[in-house]
Design a protein around this ligand. Structure first.
Ligand code: NAP
Length: 249
């Protein structure tokens, strides 16, 4: 029996760790040829080792989403070596948290560019091939804070709310070509990004999560896999919230 993503080529940005690594492994287990990216050659090797450890085949490549040349080279290499990209997961993201009063232009710009401009650039780079094939899946990793806000994260939450609007608009532009565009909005997930929280902050947070635990990268990856397969073929412009119930929309 063939796997649901057999013969599909998937690109996962920021696959060296955390949520992106879990997504890359799960898509690969469903049969896709997955290209996972990291910002360094060492990170790209880690991506490949993760596939090997799970007895899967996949490719690690270098990508800095803030560098247009890096994006163009990545897409060109994938297309020449493997074929057109069918599934794009815009996962790479960073935080530079501080109160607006203290925020520097650099903190604003780097978060907007890494989290939001990257989604525009990468989506634009893959849709031509998807439109030609009359098939595609674009899945953007937004965040619960793009829906509820979070003090100290004006820059980050602006990017995540922006991704939601981008997703709905692009879904309307290219739906008639068989391409769906959706978001997965994680709550607080146990990764490097949230490990900086103090014990006190963690406990406070848990008090607001009905399921009484932080999420795991696999919790998010499961929703992404659903949106990547034909099971979700009539869903577009949507957000799946994976947050343990901390925000019910
Ligand atoms: P993470 O563990 O910090 O990993 C971030 C990933 O992004 C890494 O693979 C990193 O690559 C990559 N990356 C960073 N800057 C990049 C750049 N300039 N170009 C290309 N790749 C870059 O983060 P995570 O917690 O897994 O988060 C993944 C996504 O989920 C992000 O979009 C984040 O905003 C979102 N999210 C996370 C949470 C959470 O609680 N963790 C909640 C809501 C949403 P290197 O390893 O090479 O640095």
């Amino acid at each position: 029996m063939s796997l649901p993503l057999q013969n599909k080529i998937a690109l996962v940005t920021g696959a060296s760790r955390g949520i992106g690594a879990a997504i890359a492994v799960k898509l690969s287990k469903k049969g896709a040829l997955v290209i996972g990216t990291a910002t360094s050659a060492k990170g790209a090797k880690i991506v490949e080792q993760t596939f090997e450890l799970n007895k899967l085949s996949g490719v690690g490549m270098v990508l800095d989403v803030n560098d247009n040349t890096s994006i163009n080279e990545l897409i060109k290499n994938i297309i020449t070596q493997h074929g057109e990209i069918n599934i794009l997961i815009n996962n790479a993201g960073i935080t530079k948290d501080t109160l607006l009063m203290r925020m520097k232009d650099e903190d604003w710009d780097v978060v907007i560019n890494t989290n939001l401009k990257s989604v525009y650039k990468l989506s634009q780079s893959v849709i031509k091939g998807m439109m030609k094939n009359r098939y595609g899946r674009i899945i953007n990793i937004s965040s619960v804070v793009g829906h509820m806000g979070n003090a100290g994260q004006t820059n980050y939450s602006a990017t995540k709310a922006g991704i939601t609007g981008f997703t709905k608009s692009l879904a309307q532009e290219i739906g008639n070509r068989g391409i769906t565009v959706n978001c997965v909005a994680p709550g607080f997930i146990d990764t490097d990004m949230t490990r900086a929280l103090t014990e006190e902050q963690r406990n406070l947070l848990l008090g607001h999560i009905p399921l009484s635990r932080l999420g795991s990268p696999n919790d998010v990856a499961n929703a992404v896999v659903f949106l990547a397969t034909d099971d979700s073929g009539y869903i577009t412009g949507e957000t799946i919230h994976v947050n343990g119930g901390m925000l019910m929309v």
